[in-house]
Structure formats: structure tokens, C-alpha cells
Design a protein. Structure first.
Length: 768
């Protein structure tokens, strides 16, 4: 375990910009060549490290966002290449450029910021090894210098301003740059420095414009073809002092940039030209705002003096996000469904940026627990999320320990500094707080490693004890604020919590699920017999309370809405007979809705499973493939390239939903992709980590073929099926050490081992 001793340091004076912290040093002489060098960096803010005149890496926004009150990541870089050619006895420069980031910048929609620190500070420890075994250390201390950078403003929500007239090169090299000031140590208190274990944020793709035109108002607009998260890199020349402005937005409205959904986020970058490149004798200015990020498809450009064709060659969108390894795929004969799945992937990439956020564009971008509670199974199939989500869960537990066991609405929890008054006094809340149980259980199921359950078990237990303390005398979880079936499509735009499903019913069923999971985890881990009994007894109480007060004599569930039947079926609170009746009623309600979505955040991830489990597969397909609003595919027909927050974030006439919350990049409603992988594609786990698998495609909806694959911890698993002449033909790939149960319509189960297997169902399968 690394022990760091260097202090964090900050500039002695307010430099009015992202400060540069700089140290010139000389490589120790007489010890031979440099054989290895490691640089550990961190910041209160975000840091970009430079050594020997070069950026240390392509990592972005380091050290990322944690619950800074209690822990700060330290990121380690191998910097041997930057020093191996440096001659001992010759000077070199180590520098840190410090942005506001999450620690010092504004967060949430209340307008405030700097919740974690009132001054940006940097940390570095450089360890250099030489051929004879000698080690040299260079670390942040009071001998460093500070000076202003060309970055004159930076906020994650608002954008970045850069003034290219400021000399932005001399500080990278040995010498005496102008305008330096001293530094002082910054006390970080009891905060723990922890080694970084998560995939870094870095550039994921570069995207060229697909169209540039002039809007009716005379503005120059650029379309990059997809809704992405990142920024625009631009190269431009012009008279010194010319201001180039890039304004970002996800959509157009009335043929102009649609900025209203951004709320107070300015999402604009401003670049002041140096005058370089005007006469062609030197290079033009290139700007890349790496201390911010935007959610956008479109940009409005002002101050660029060239033609549209010249602009096309001068700008590139840079997509950024946490660099997770892609593991899962899906394809089918249904092109709209394929586009929807692509949108789910793109939305996840944009919102898995240091923490799992709700949206990437407006004055929010917070780690909403309800979103990841719903989406974790899909996320952990599409990408390797083990270290990313395990690290986020550590902050869940830290926040709980300082809030009487309450898992907050967002993690890291900045709403405790800027309360969301509409949500009442924060307390344990169904689905949102249940993330502390559902997410670690999902990781165990996806990767087969009990370590995450062991590490999070106290968190799981604390959540359930908090829930137990708030149960009514009737053993119902209906005594505190609940989001309920948030964003029910029948709720008015200004009241997203006004759902058809009774909030107490939703919460009580969710608590039953969490209690059951926690009891299962206690039994699995061993040594937790008392807790297993405690949570099993809690589940029994919740089930009894549900049956007595919510399950009516005719089999109906209180509020008689699709979501309450969905959750009751999938979360296992009903008997087999009750489940069949609930499934029939759910199918009736789905048909009555015209096979349009009638569920919100609570019910949507699970409704196709509820229909499938109760023998209503055709209804599940009709719901999935619906194109009229509200539906999963309606946004696709409207040109969406990510999943929307609201089913009707954009109305059929092309105008933006009038509600205050209108994001065009929210992954939560894309959680149905988990069902697509398991039921349409036909691949699911029989044992945690896919140690054994079920291959059971269930064709429907007129699909002629579908395929899915997963790079599991045990190897590559793939299923592809097609309907040919009334038969179902399946090809399955199973890796070494994994067994599979094959379950096809009209055929008995069969178990197969490693290899490629061509299988067919002997009975005809309907094609529609």
C-alpha cells in the first residue's frame, strides 16, 4: 500500500484562471541512466500533468469525482518515456494545471459550488529510479511556483474560456516564466488518499461534422450526427482578440439551437485568438477545452471568419467518457430495434463519466442512485463495470455512514449542500436507495465475485435497517417521501412524481426485493447467520403487509396500474397462483394502453420480463416494438441517437417537451436492453459470472433473426438464431469451462459443453 507524504499546494494569490503549479528540477547525476519513473498526481479540482514539455497521458479530469469529504483518488502514471532521454544534470519541468472540476466548481441546479474546497490545489510525487538503484523524489512543496494559464474560466456546466494571447508555452520548459507567485500547503484534513482503481476518463472517438448551415436567424449551426458527450476541438486564425464562441445543445427547435433544456448551464466555450496564422507564416490557434464537457449533437459557431467548407475542416467533436471495455453486443433483423440498442450504448458511454450520472448536459450531471439501480444489469452486460461501479459503491457506503444509514438520492451527495426542496427531507427511498443493494448484487451476478458483496454488506444492512425503522405499523413502507414510479408518461410535465402506481405499493415491493437479496447475500458470504435471519424475517413482514393491505380479494393490486403488477411479478412477492392472475391483469392493461408504455422509472425496466414470465411474450414484443409515443422506439423514429429522459422529450411536432426536466440523454429507460439480451437474444446466466448459462431465445414480434454475445469472465459466449422454413436454427458458442442448458420451443432441455453448437427446434415457430 502506497503512503503519500507530499502536501497539496495552491497558489498564494488568486490568479484569475486555472493556475499552473510548476517545479523545475535537475536529474541526479552520477547514477547512470533513468530506468523507471512514476508520477502520482491528484487535485482538489481536476489536474492535467506535464513533464518534460509533454502531457503525461491522455487521461482527462483526473482524479475524477469521489465523495471528496472523505476520500480522494491518487492516479499513478508511468512517465519513464518522458525522462529516459533526459541527460542527468540537465533541468526538467514538472507542472500541474488545475481546473475547477467537481471539487471547486458549481454543482447541481441551485447555482452554488465549491462545496468541497474554496481553492484549487494540486498534488504530485515523482519517483525516478536509476541504473545503480538510486531513487530521486520530486514532490509538491512550498518551493514550487504558480502562474496563470491561458485558461481564463472553466466550469463543467458552463464551459471553458481560453485566451491564446497569453504565453502558454514558456512554463513547460526550463527557464524563468513571467508572472510567477509562491504557493502554500493546503490542509486536506481527514480525507484519505486512495490509489485509483477505475478506468480513466479519456477520448473515446473523434467525430466529424455531417452538416453545416445557416439558421433562419443567421446563426452558423453544425450537426455532428449523434448526441455525444465531450467537446469540440477547433483550429482558427484571425485578428488578435477575435472571440470564437461555440454554444452546444442536444437538439434543434424551430430550426435554431434548442438550449432551454440546459437550464442554467451555459455550455459554451469562448476562445480568444492570438492573431497567429493570419498571414500564413505561422500556425493558427488550436483550442481543445479539456476542463469541461458538454452533452451535444449540435453547435452554434460565432466568430469564425471562414466559409462553411473551411469550418468543416477546422472542427472535430471529441467524445469522452470513462474508458470501459465493451463486453456485450446485440443485433437483429429489426433496424429500429438495432438503432435503439446503439442509443442505449451511446447513452451509457456519455453518462459513465467518472461516476454514473443521470444526464451529461444540463446543470445536474449527478450520480442519481435510481438510474443506476435500474440500469446496472444492462450496463454490466454491455461493458466491464466491475471496478467502476465497485468504486462508486464505496462512496455510497461513505455517504451512508455520515447520514444515519441513508443512501442519498445522488452519490456523491452534493444535494446535502444544495437541497432539492421539491423532494422533501432526504431519507431512504425505494429504488434510489435500493441501489445500495441492487447494484452490488448485480455485480456479483455479472462477474461471480463475492468480494463486492463482502465489501458492501454493511451498506446493504444499514439501508434495510433504515427502511425497517420507517415501516408503518402495518409493515408497509409508506411513511416517508418516495419518488414512486417517477416520470409515468401519464403524469403532467410539471409533476413527474404524479404516477398512477401507488407509491406505498411500489416501495413495499422494492423493500421486499432488497430484503430478500440481503438475506441471500448473508447466506452466501457465511458468518452472517443472524443478519440472514433478520432480513428474511423483514421480507416475510413486508410480504404479509403487502398481502393484507395491497393485494385485494379479486387478485387486483391497489392502484391497479401496470407498474404495481410488474414489480409484484418480477420481484417474487406473489404466490404462483397470484402471479398468474397478476400477469393476466398486466396483459389486459398493456392491451388497453394500445401497447404504448404506461410505466415510469420503477416499472419500465421490468415490464417485459413480467409479461414474459407469465406467458404473455407476444404482448412484451408488441410493447417493445411499438413506435407511437410513448414507446422505446418512438424517439428512434424522431431521429434520437441516445435514450431520452421523457418518453416525449420531443413532441411529434418537433418542439421540446415543456417540462423543466427534458434531457435527450438519460440511460435509465434503456434498461429494457437487459431483456433484449436475455430473451430476444437468448443468453442469460444460470450461475453467477456466467459459469453456466441458459441459451433460450424466444422469437417473436416478426423478427427473422437476432444475435447477442458476451465476453464474460470465463470467455466469449455467443448466440445467434434465425427462422428458416418454420424452424428455429440456433448457433451457440460456449467457452472452455462453461456449460450451457439449451432450451428451445417444442424441444426438451439439453446440456452442452464448450464448443460451437448448431441446434434446431423440431417444431415450427411462428414468425409473427
Amino acid at each position: 500500500m502506497t503512503t503519500w507524504t507530499a502536501p497539496f499546494i495552491a497558489a498564494d494569490t488568486d490568479l484569475g484562471s486555472a493556475p499552473i503549479l510548476r517545479r523545475e528540477f535537475t536529474l541526479d547525476d552520477g547514477h547512470g541512466a533513468v530506468t523507471a519513473a512514476t508520477l502520482d498526481v491528484s487535485a482538489l479540482g481536476v489536474v492535467e500533468a506535464w513533464l518534460g514539455g509533454q502531457r503525461v497521458s491522455d487521461h482527462l479530469l483526473e482524479p475524477g469525482w469521489t465523495s471528496y469529504e472523505w476520500r480522494i483518488r491518487v492516479v499513478s502514471h508511468d512517465v519513464t518515456p518522458q525522462l529516459v532521454d533526459t541527460t542527468p544534470g540537465q533541468p526538467a519541468v514538472l507542472a500541474l494545471v488545475i481546473g475547477n472540476g467537481w471539487a471547486a466548481g458549481r454543482l447541481a441546479w441551485g447555482g452554488g459550488g465549491g462545496w468541497y474546497t474554496n481553492e484549487r490545489a494540486g498534488f504530485a510525487e515523482l519517483r525516478i529510479s536509476f541504473a545503480d538503484g538510486h531513487e530521486q523524489h520530486v514532490a509538491t512543496d512550498t518551493d514550487w511556483q504558480a502562474l496563470p494559464s491561458a485558461i481564463t474560466a472553466d466550469q463543467l456546466y458552463d464551459g471553458q474560456d481560453v485566451d491564446a494571447r497569453i504565453d502558454d508555452t514558456s512554463w513547460k520548459h526550463p527557464g524563468a516564466p513571467q508572472g510567477t507567485t509562491g504557493v502554500h500547503p493546503v490542509d486536506i484534513g481527514e480525507r484519505e488518499l486512495v490509489a485509483d482503481t477505475v478506468p480513466p476518463v479519456r477520448p473515446l472517438a473523434e467525430i466529424a461534422p455531417v452538416d453545416i448551415w445557416t439558421s433562419p436567424s443567421g446563426a452558423t449551426l453544425v450537426d455532428f450526427g449523434v448526441n455525444l458527450v465531450g467537446w469540440i476541438r477547433v483550429t482558427a486564425s484571425g485578428p488578435s482578440g477575435t472571440v470564437l464562441t461555440l454554444q452546444h445543445a442536444e437538439v434543434l427547435e424551430h430550426d435554431e439551437l434548442g438550449t432551454r433544456p440546459l437550464r442554467t448551464a451555459k455550455a459554451a466555450d469562448h476562445f480568444i485568438l492570438s492573431g497567429s496564422g493570419v498571414d500564413g507564416t505561422d500556425e493558427p490557434d488550436t483550442f481543445e477545452p479539456r476542463f469541461t464537457f458538454h452533452g451535444f449533437r449540435y453547435a452554434q459557431v460565432s466568430g469564425f471568419s471562414g466559409t462553411h467548407d473551411e469550418l468543416r475542416g477546422a472542427i472535430t467533436a471529441v467524445q469522452v467518457g470513462s474508458d470501459l471495455v465493451r463486453t456485450g453486443t446485440f443485433g437483429s433483423s429489426h433496424e429500429l430495434l438495432n438503432t435503439f440498442h446503439d442509443n442505449v450504448v451511446r447513452g451509457m458511454q456519455g453518462n459513465f463519466l467518472s461516476v454514473p450520472t443521470d444526464c451529461p448536459q444540463r446543470d445536474e450531471r449527478l450520480g442519481w442512485t435510481g438510474d443506476i439501480a435500474a440500469f446496472a444489469p444492462t450496463a454490466s452486460y454491455l461493458f466491464d463495470t466491475r471496478t467502476f461501479l465497485a468504486d462508486w459503491l464505496r462512496d455510497v457506503w461513505l455517504e451512508q455512514q455520515h447520514a444515519d444509514g441513508v443512501i442519498p438520492f445522488v452519490v456523491p451527495d452534493v444535494l446535502k449542500y444544495s437541497p432539492a426542496e421539491d423532494f422533501g427531507k432526504p431519507d431512504a427511498t425505494a429504488i434510489w436507495s435500493d441501489a445500495g443493494v441492487w447494484v452490488p448484487w448485480t455485480l456479483y451476478q455479472a462477474y461471480g465475485d463475492t468480494a463486492v458483496l463482502e465489501e458492501q454488506f454493511e451498506s446493504m444492512a444499514a439501508h434495510l435497517r433504515r427502511v425497517r425503522d420507517h415501516l408503518s405499523p402495518e409493515d408497509l413502507w409508506d411513511t416517508v417521501f418516495q419518488f414512486g414510479d417517477w416520470l409515468d408518461p401519464d403524469a403532467p410535465p410539471e409533476a413527474p412524481a404524479d404516477a398512477k402506481a401507488d407509491k406505498g405499493v411500489v416501495a413495499t415491493i422494492c423493500a421486499y426485493r432488497s430484503a430478500t437479496m440481503a438475506a441471500d447475500a448473508a447466506e452466501l458470504l457465511g458468518g452472517h447467520e443472524a443478519e440472514a435471519a433478520e432480513f428474511r424475517e423483514l421480507a416475510t413482514r413486508l410480504q404479509a403487509g403487502f398481502r393484507t393491505h395491497y393485494l385485494q380479494d379479486d387478485g387486483r393490486i391497489l392502484s391497479d396500474a401496470t407498474t404495481v403488477y410488474t414489480l409484484a411479478i418480477v420481484f417474487g412477492i406473489l404466490s404462483e397462483q397470484e402471479q398468474a392472475a397478476a400477469g393476466d391483469r398486466l396483459a389486459e392493461l398493456v392491451e388497453a394502453s394500445g401497447y404504448r408504455i404506461s410505466t415510469g422509472f420503477a416499472g419500465t425496466p421490468f415490464i417485459t420480463d413480467a409479461l414474459t414470465q407469465t406467458g404473455h411474450l407476444d404482448d412484451a414484443y408488441r410493447l417493445l416494438l411499438q413506435t407511437e409515443c410513448p414507446s422505446w422506439l418512438y424517439p428512434v423514429t424522431m431521429g434520437a441517437t441516445t435514450v431520452w429522459e421523457r418518453w416525449d422529450s420531443m413532441l411529434p411536432d418537433g418542439t421540446i417537451n415543456p417540462g423543466e426536466m427534458t434531457s435527450f440523454n438519460h440511460y435509465a429507460l434503456g434498461a429494457v436492453a437487459d431483456w433484449m439480451h436475455r430473451v430476444v437474444g437468448g443468453l442469460s446466466a444460470l450461475e453467477p459470472g456466467y459459469a453456466s448459462v441458459l441459451i433460450a431465445p424466444q422469437p417473436g414480434g416478426g423478427l427473422a433473426w437476432a444475435s447477442t454475445s458476451l465476453d464474460s469472465v470465463h470467455g466469449h459466449i455467443a448466440v445467434r438464431w434465425e427462422l428458416v422454413d418454420g424452424e428455429l436454427l440456433v448457433r451457440a458458442e460456449v467457452p472452455e469451462g462453461v456449460s450451457a442448458v439449451v432450451r428451445l420451443p417444442g424441444a426438451p432441455d439439453q446440456r452442452v459443453g464448450a464448443g460451437t453448437h448448431d441446434l434446431r427446434a423440431p417444431a415450427a415457430v411462428p414468425t409473427a
